[in-house]
Design a protein around this ligand. Structure first.
Ligand code: C5P
Length: 255
């Protein structure tokens, strides 16, 4: 009987997806091409970084934890009709995704004031933002991801006004679903960052959705349940991440 090589795994429909060339190695994830031009593999590594890569560590099990949380949220959103790049998990750390041409924007949705919003503007930490804010940063590490606006986005040809409208509407829809789901698990979704990309003319939600890219507070204790634990040395970040994964995955069906 033919055995399947380690880096090849069966996917939906029994088709074998073969991981080929490393396309990109980011701070915490690696992206590989496959023998299917329209599909990529995202590998979640055990790395964690903060402050533009100024602080970094490797934590055993972190990759699989973030992969599991991202996979869970992508599937939750797909069930609500939101188009995401998620196709399936190949193993604990490798996610099969649709190949996108990424739009260099960090789309941040904020329900409560925290982080850079409090550092840069006269908001009080924890102040409710009603309606939620959508803030756009230009994704460019060498420029420290500066905040951008609709006019600059149009002038740079990053997205058309209609694409930008779709991106913002989708981000707010994602916010409604994730906030409602997490509230059911006793967790407040304070803010989070999304990235989008295009396949043809269609816009898909890409990247990841994990505790690295969200700010989560325990509703009762107000304890941080996200990367702030690592950023500000507030405890054992892996213990916190594992706890969030457990709370999320025992959350049952949504809605
Ligand atoms: O740092 P700031 O308060 O602007 O971050 C807002 C939200 O976006 C946080 O949940 C943070 O984890 C996320 N974020 C991110 N990647 C960035 C910037 C922010 O995931 N490069």
């Amino acid at each position: 009987m033919k055995t399947i090589p380690e880096r090849e795994k069966p996917v939906k429909g029994g088709i074998i997806l073969k991981q080929t060339k490393l396309l990109q190695s980011g701070k915490v994830k690696s992206v590989f091409e496959t023998d299917d031009i329209g599909r990529l593999i995202v590998e979640f590594r055990d790395d964690i970084t903060a402050f533009d890569g100024g602080k970094k560590d490797t934590l055993k099990g972190k990759g699989s934890c973030n992969a599991a949380v991202s996979s869970f949220f992508f599937q939750l959103l797909e069930k609500q009709g939101i188009k995401t790049h998620f196709i399936g998990m190949l193993d604990d750390t490798r996610m099969e995704v649709r190949r996108l041409s990424m739009i260099p924007l960090e789309v941040i949705v904020r329900n409560y004031a925290a982080g850079s919003l409090v550092r840069n503007y006269p908001f009080k930490e924890g102040q409710k933002l009603h309606p939620p804010l959508v803030v756009l940063d230009y994704k460019d590490d060498s420029r420290h991801d500066p905040m951008i606006n609709d006019e600059i986005i149009a002038a740079l040809g990053i997205a058309t006004p209609r694409e930008l409208e779709t991106i913002k509407e989708t981000a707010l829809l994602v916010n409604r679903h994730l906030s409602a789901f997490l509230a059911g698990q006793g967790i407040t979704l304070v803010d989070f960052k999304l990235e989008f990309g295009k396949a043809g003319k269609t816009i898909y939600l890409g990247d990841e959705i994990s505790m690295d890219s969200m700010r989560l507070w325990d509703k009762k204790t107000k304890e941080s349940l996200d990367k702030d634990v690592y950023r500000f040395d507030r405890g054992d970040v892996m213990e916190v991440y594992a706890r969030v994964l457990h709370r999320i995955s025992s959350g049952g069906n949504y809605p």
